[in-house]
Design a binder for this molecule. Structure first.
Ligand code: M6R
Length: 611
């Protein structure tokens, strides 16, 4: 939520900030702004996207070698010009960009108001910048001390960069709960919410830790914590290329990411499945294998699409590793008083590795003694740093807000984990283990086959693009896929859609079915096949329109359904990896046909770093 970028060095900062903000726009796109420090601070900001900011700033000559920028996802205060960042303090001493939420802002605002401060915006950020200014002026301290003292009074989360009129060659950055990466160049430093704005200038980065404060000038970096203890900067090489974050010839990132799945899934299992396809080795969890082998229970926590992947994990772990599994929404789990025992293993799944609720759930379970495993995509993000062990999905950067390849890579990791643990615990016999591994390695080429049906699927999308509602039905392993299909449609095309276990239809949703209701049924050949055929008949008997995802060559359902989309045959345990693809494609086309902003749907942001 919200993207931050900053630069200090010899280059012109404005183009670096704009390009950086474009790369970070997936984090929020309500409004955008920059401030350049050059004989005073010059701020340009407006409601809308980075392209609107560029148009707004076009007439000005925007020069300066130090600058900060922000792209916003509104929390406090509606998206408008005034609430856009950067925010400048009342007396003009400080200018701030901020990602996160200052929870005690109302109390701080009251206190500052009683001291004569007035506010232009509705944001918590403006309160913070004035708090810093108040300390700076009242206590007559340096900008850095004012920032640290102010942050010690703040409750909440922040990633921030601030400039001070009296210390023009410096930027101060701080992090707690919201990510910040420092790029280390030759006589220059970059700061950003993730590494994507930095990679074309340097591959040397420092991931800031919670409560770190960095003081940067073009030739100097000082890293300390809020308590003023020096911290040793750990410079790392980023493993990310520009190609990976480029849209290439695709019209949208989402489409590119759908098409990347044969490769991204391959990257997820590469090096983790032996060449002879007889063994799985997940090095990242090897240290916690004894805990996993003895676990009496696995708790999976996640949000959104990652939660759907977790549900597939539940079916897999219970069937093949014979461990009871509970799949929890992180946001609910953290605010209940769940029973957590030291012999529980908690698996947290997150593409971004920054989701606030998932992070908080981890911290709570850790305090109660559980062993924590992370399944994350973004290397160096917060969640992998909070866990005892973990497996990166290696799906590559996912930029479209709607998650596609991250889901399939998460499911791939969970599948490998379930098979590996099942084998270790003796609940999965060798022959089946090898067969399942072999089948998993065939998934990329089978997805290539599905992608060839794109234009056929687009034809189906054309028929249903004006629907107001849609139902998604699945059983067993394909029930979470039904949930995921419904989420994909609703988040990018704004059509109301619901996923249901097919057998539950009779307990309520069947009342919705009429000739206007498209019903997507996941009906590949598995142990529930006969039952799902009956469910299709029930929908047809009520004139619903059935779009069935079937195993290639299925003649039975072809006669019943209005449309069938075939996927190659595979073992039911890995069918989610295939059946989700046509649902992603159909959602994509429907959203494009409806004129929706596919990569940046309204009201959403890619990583939800506020609760
Ligand atoms: O980064 P995470 O996987 O933790 O994000 C969780 C959800 O916010 C995310 O999956 C969201 O539901 C996507 N927009 C779904 O496409």
């Amino acid at each position: 939520m919200c993207g931050i970028v900053a630069y200090v060095g010899d280059k012109q900062a404005y183009p670096i900030l704009i390009k950086g903000l474009q790369r970070l726009e997936y984090r929020g796109y309500d409004s955008a702004g920059v401030a350049l420090i050059n004989n005073g601070t010059h701020t340009y900001k407006c409601m809308g996207k980075v392209k609107d900011l560029e148009a707004h700033a076009k007439e000005q000559s925007i020069e300066g070698h130090i600058g900060i920028g922000h792209t916003r996802w509104a929390t406090h205060g509606e998206p408008n010009n005034i609430n856009a960042h950067p925010h400048t303090s009342m007396k003009g001493k400080f200018t701030l960009v901020h990602n996160g939420i200052i929870e005690n802002y109302a109390h701080l605002k009251k206190e500052l108001t009683s001291r004569g401060f007035t506010f232009q915006s509705d944001t918590d950020t403006e309160v913070l910048v004035n708090l810093i200014e108040n300390i700076y002026l009242e206590q007559n301290v340096s900008a850095e001390i004012a920032v640290r003292v102010a942050l010690s009074k703040v409750i909440g989360a922040y990633g921030l960069v601030i400039s001070c009129e009296d210390e023009k060659d410096k930027l101060i950055a701080a992090r707690k709960g919201s990510p910040l990466v420092i790029g280390v160049g030759e006589s220059e430093y970059f700061l950003a919410s993730d590494a994507s704005p930095i990679i074309e200038y340097t591959d040397q980065v420092i991931y800031m830790n919670d409560e770190d404060v960095a003081i940067l000038s073009k030739d100097d970096l000082v890293l300390k914590n809020i308590q003023n203890d020096a911290q040793k900067p750990k410079i790392q090489k980023i493993d990310l290329s520009i190609d990976e974050i480029d849209k290439g010839d695709y019209e949208h990132y989402m489409l590119k990411e759908i098409y990347e799945q044969p490769h991204s899934i391959g990257d997820t299992f590469r090096g983790r499945i032996s060449i002879d396809k007889t063994k799985i080795f997940l090095g990242g969890i090897i240290d916690v294998m004894p805990k996993l082998n003895q676990a009496k229970r696995i708790i999976i926590v996640a949000c959104g699409t990652s939660w759907h992947a977790g549900m597939v994990g539940e079916y897999l772990f219970e069937e093949y590793a014979r461990v009871p599994v509970e799949v929890e929404y992180a946001s609910e789990f953290r605010y209940r008083n769940p029973v957590i025992n030291p012999d529980d293993v908690l698996i947290a799944i997150s593409q971004s590795g920054e989701t606030a609720d998932t992070l908080a759930a981890i911290k709570m379970a850790k305090e109660k003694g559980a062993t924590i495993i992370g399944i994350c995509n973004v290397v160096g993000s917060s969640i992998p740093r909070e866990t005892h062990a973990g497996v990166y999905t290696h799906a590559g950067p996912e930029i479209g807000v709607a998650s596609t390849k991250a889901f399939s890579s998460q499911v791939t990791v969970l599948t490998m984990m379930a098979f590996m643990i099942g084998r270790k615990r003796g609940s999965l016999y060798d022959e089946l283990y090898k067969q399942l591994i072999h089948e998993l390695t065939l998934i990329p080429e089978k997805i290539e086959i599905i992608l060839k049906s794109d234009s056929y699927i687009k034809g189906i999308a054309e028929l249903y693009k004006n629907a107001s509602n849609a139902l998604y039905l699945g059983r067993g392993y394909l029930f979470p896929v039904a949930l995921e299909g419904a989420l994909k449609l609703k988040e990018i095309s704004y059509i109301h859609a619901e996923g249901y276990p097919a057998a539950e239809m009779k307990h309520g949703p069947i009342a919705l079915i009429d000739e206007n209701m498209p019903v997507f049924v996941l009906a590949t050949k598995d142990k529930s096949y006969e039952k799902i055929v009956s469910n299709i008949q029930e929908v047809k008997a009520r004139n619903g329109k059935v779009i069935a995802i079937v195993t290639e060559g299925d003649e039975t359902i072809k006669k019943l359904a209005d449309h069938v989309i075939e996927v190659p045959d595979c073992h039911e345990a890995i069918a989610p990896l295939l059946t989700v693809v046509p649902l992603q494609i159909i959602s994509y086309h429907i959203a494009v046909m409806r004129g929706c902003d596919v990569d940046q749907p309204r009201n959403l942001a890619k990583s939800v770093t506020v609760e």
